[in-house]
Design a protein around this ligand. Structure first.
Ligand SMILES: [Zn+2]
Length: 382
C-alpha cells in the first residue's frame, strides 16, 4: 500500500537558490521535450510514423548532460523526473482520447504553472534532512513517518506561497485484518451539502470558504486591472496565489477531518461512485466542483478506512435517488425536487438522505455474501 506524507522544508538561502535553479532547468527540459514530441507528431505522415518515447528522451538527456555543463552540474534525478512527468501527461492524454473524451493537449509550462520538482529515487531521509547529491535540506518533521513504513517510493518538492514542501510517497505494510461490523453508514453526494448520510446528517465545508472565495474574486478583479508587466501587477498576482494556496489548504484540512470523523464512527461505509457517472459531460461548473470535492473526500475516506480495518465500498448511483428507501417503489424526481415523498408508503425524507439510505442498503446486500454472518449482523443497523 502507498501513502503520501507531507512536510515543510526549511532550506537556507543558498539552497533556495539551488531549488529555483533546478525548477528552472527542469521546466526548460519539460518544454523542450514537449516541443520535440509535437514536432515529431506534425512531421509524421501515415507511411513513416515517428514517435518519440520516454526512453528516447532520456537518452537525449544523457547527451544534453554531456554537452551542457550547467545541466550536468545538477543532480540527474529531477531532470529524469521532469521527462517522466511529461510521459505521464501524454499517457493520460491518449488514454482519455481512447475513451472518447476530449482532453486538453499537454501544455507548455509557464513559470506560474511549474512549481514542483520530482525525485523518483536516489534521495535519503536522514536525521530530519532530505539528502540528495545537490543538497541536504532540513525538514520540519511535525510528525514521524508511520510505524508500518516499509520503503520510499519517490518524493516531490513543491513550492507554495510560504516556501517549499516535500511530499514523500511511501510504501507501508499491508492493511490490518477487517474488524467486526457494529455500525454502518451510507453516504450520498449532496446537491446542497457536500455529504448527506443515511442517518440524516449533513456535512459541508464551513462558511468561511465562501468568504475567502469572494475575496479571491475581488483580488482577481484587482489583478486584471493592473498594467501588464508592472510591479503592482506582480504584487497583486502574489496575493492571488497566496489566497489560492490558503483556500486549498483549508479545504484539504477540512476534508481530512471529515473523512476521519466518518471513518471513526462507522465500520462499514458505502458511498456513491461518481467515477462512473458523467463527470466530464457535466457542464454545470458548480456541480463539477462539488464532484471533484466528493472524489477527493472519498479517496481520503477509502485509505483511512483501509488502514483502520474497516469496510469501504463504492456504488454506482443507479436509481438511488429515485427509489423509496422504505418500500423500493420508484418515485421519479427531477434535479430540483429536494424532497422524497413516497405515495405508496408515505415516507417523507430529504432527497439526499433517501439516496444515502439506498446506497447503504445496496452496499450491505451486495456484500452480504462476502461479509458472511457479518453482513447479516450489519443489516440490523440500517
Ligand atoms: Zn415508499
Amino acid at each position: 500500500m502507498h501513502r503520501n506524507y507531507q512536510y515543510r522544508l526549511r532550506p537556507n538561502k543558498r539552497q533556495k537558490r539551488k531549488l529555483e535553479l533546478i525548477l528552472h532547468q527542469t521546466r526548460l527540459l519539460y518544454n523542450a521535450a514537449l516541443q520535440e514530441r509535437c514536432d515529431a507528431y506534425k512531421n509524421c505522415n501515415r507511411k513513416s510514423r515517428i514517435s518519440i518515447s520516454q526512453i528516447d528522451q532520456q537518452k537525449s538527456l544523457t547527451q544534453i548532460r554531456l554537452e551542457d555543463p550547467e545541466f550536468s552540474a545538477m543532480h540527474l534525478r529531477p531532470q529524469r523526473g521532469a521527462l517522466m512527468r511529461l510521459d505521464r501527461a501524454f499517457a493520460a492524454f491518449f488514454n482519455r482520447v481512447k475513451k472518447g473524451e476530449k482532453p486538453g493537449f499537454p501544455r507548455f509550462k509557464s513559470r506560474d504553472r511549474w512549481r514542483s520538482i520530482e525525485l523518483p529515487d536516489n534521495y535519503r531521509l536522514d536525521n530530519a534532512q532530505l539528502k540528495t547529491r545537490d543538497f541536504s535540506i532540513k525538514i520540519h518533521m511535525h510528525r514521524p513517518l508511520p510505524e508500518n513504513f516499509k520503503k520510499h517510493c519517490g518524493a516531490i518538492l513543491v513550492k507554495d506561497h510560504k516556501g517549499w514542501l516535500v511530499n514523500f510517497k511511501i510504501e507501508i505494510e499491508e492493511a490490518p485484518e477487517k474488524k467486526p461490523i457494529n455500525s454502518a453508514v451510507g453516504l450520498d453526494v449532496g446537491l446542497k451539502a457536500l455529504v448527506a448520510t443515511s442517518d440524516g446528517e449533513f456535512h459541508d465545508a464551513p462558511g468561511y470558504f465562501r468568504k475567502a472565495e469572494k475575496k479571491l474574486r475581488r483580488l482577481q478583479r484587482a489583478l486584471a486591472r493592473c498594467k501588464k508587466g508592472s510591479k503592482r501587477r506582480q504584487a497583486a498576482k502574489q496575493r492571488v496565489i497566496s489566497l489560492h494556496d490558503k483556500i486549498k489548504n483549508q479545504r484539504r484540512d477540512y476534508a481530512h477531518k471529515l473523512a476521519r470523523d466518518i471513518v471513526n464512527q462507522a465500520d462499514f461505509i458505502a458511498v456513491e461512485n461518481l467515477k462512473i457517472t458523467n463527470m466530464v459531460k457535466n457542464r454545470h461548473l458548480a456541480k463539477s466542483i462539488s464532484d471533484a470535492r466528493w472524489a477527493s473526500l472519498t479517496a481520503k475516506m477509502e485509505y483511512k478506512a483501509e488502514s483502520a480495518g474497516k469496510y469501504f465500498v463504492w456504488f454506482d448511483p443507479k436509481n438511488t435517488s429515485q427509489q423509496c428507501s422504505n418500500c423500493n417503489k420508484l418515485v421519479p424526481k427531477t434535479l430540483s425536487d429536494r424532497i422524497h415523498l413516497c405515495d405508496q408508503c408515505g415516507l417523507k425524507l430529504g432527497r439526499d438522505v433517501n439516496a444515502a439510505k439506498n446506497i447503504l442498503a445496496l452496499g450491505l446486500k451486495t456484500h452480504r455474501d462476502a461479509l458472511g454472518t457479518q453482513g447479516a449482523v450489519a443489516e440490523c443497523f440500517t
